[in-house]
Write a protein that binds this ligand. Structure first.
Ligand code: BDR
Ligand code: CA
Length: 342
């Protein structure tokens, strides 16, 4: 099994990432931490707990609240894409008052906060070398990750890989050149990129190919009723969970169409992190030096990928090395088969 920790800001595609992490047989989800991002830190914390319960998490999987704002900059959220509470339009999730949701939420002075949750999970799994390394996943701004690598450098040995959705290769979405997760907290992203741990970046260039078309949504609603023509009406949901996931996709599709003009469906950005961990063969990747533009007049938050090797780098994963494996393409059909199977 792959032991994973998920740091996220649910968020529609973050929610599908939680669903995959819980329902993929090759993965053991150790815990979840949340961060400001798509919505406020309070909302992303509550949303993660509601998703854990909705998607069948075992009771020992908790959600730890993390940073409420970026390291330096002011917090920004994305109600245009995810609604004010971060999961706009998603129906039938358990309410915050649900006893299991309350159980899943950890609070200060009880079980600690994000970075302490990650630290405990690494210690208990790695066991100073006699156990297993964990995979750390980030699908939101990297504030918690930057704090974790700064405060617990001795635990980085217990991390096998750091897989994140973020950035683009010459492509942005929340500015002309910056992707939302990096744009929210560029300094944190640079700290994470400089950490001496193997990193895998899943950029917009790849996530924009993972489009949930009507035909995928139809299979999500009812796997036995594939659409014959793209304009055919969608089938009824065959289970309550499929219904909930379909309301999520419908809202996300509408905001992606009105904001970005995506007419075929929304990209399932964050879910690709889980696919990478279980099926790296679905991706083609190359290793580069990646840094974040911190001060550009027009380009703050852009990920600068040194594709032509201008920077002299060593072979380490840290601040002097080719620090990041960058995904360049995805087998889209295989990805959606995996997604629907889970
Ligand atoms: C990223 O930003 C958010 O909208 C999504 O959850 C994803 O993590 C895409 O730029
Ligand atoms: Ca996200």
């Amino acid at each position: 099994t792959k032991y994973i920790w998920l740091d996220c800001d649910p968020g529609h595609d973050d929610a599908t990432t939680i669903m995959l992490a819980l329902n993929c047989p090759e993965i053991t989800l150790l815990g979840v931490s949340t961060v400001h991002g798509n919505s406020s830190a309070r909302h992303t914390h509550e949303n993660a707990a509601r998703c854990l319960v909705a998607f069948g998490a075992p009771p020992d999987v908790k959600v730890y609240p993390g940073a409420i704002k970026p390291l330096i900059r002011a917090a920004r959220h994305d109600p245009e894409i995810h609604g004010v509470d971060g999961l706009g339009g998603v129906e039938n999730l358990p309410p915050i008052s649900h006893p299991l949701v309350q159980d899943a939420l950890t609070h200060l002075n009880k079980d600690g906060k994000a970075i302490h949750g990650i630290a405990c999970a690494v210690r208990e799994t790695w066991k100073e070398g006699s156990g297993s390394r964990i995979t750390l996943i980030s699908t939101g701004p990297m504030t918690n990750i930057a704090l974790f690598v700064s405060i617990y450098p001795e635990l980085l040995e217990g991390i096998d890989e750091f897989v994140f959705m973020g950035g683009g290769v010459g492509l942005g979405n929340r500015s002309s050149s910056a992707e939302f997760n990096i744009l929210c907290d560029p300094e944190a992203a640079q700290i994470a990129l400089d950490a001496p741990v193997k990193k895998i970046m899943i950029p917009l260039n790849v996530t924009h190919t993972a489009i949930v078309t009507r035909s995928i949504q139809s299979r999500l609603l009812n796997p036995t009723h594939p659409l014959e023509h793209p304009e055919d009406p969608l089938p009824e949901a065959s289970t309550p969970l499929r219904y909930t996931l379909s309301t999520l996709i419908t809202f996300f599709a509408e905001t992606y169409e009105s904001t970005f003009g995506f007419t075929l469906g929304p990209p399932l950005h964050d879910a690709l992190t889980i696919a990478y961990i279980v099926h790296p063969e679905m991706f083609s990747c190359r290793r580069f030096r990646v840094d974040v533009e911190l001060s550009g007049a027009h380009t703050a938050g852009e990920t600068v990928v040194d594709m032509w090797g201008y920077r002299k780098c060593d072979n380490t994963w840290g601040s002097t090395g080719k620090n990041c494996v960058v995904a360049e393409s995805l087998n889209v059909e295989a990805f959606f088969d995996f997604f629907l199977e889970c």
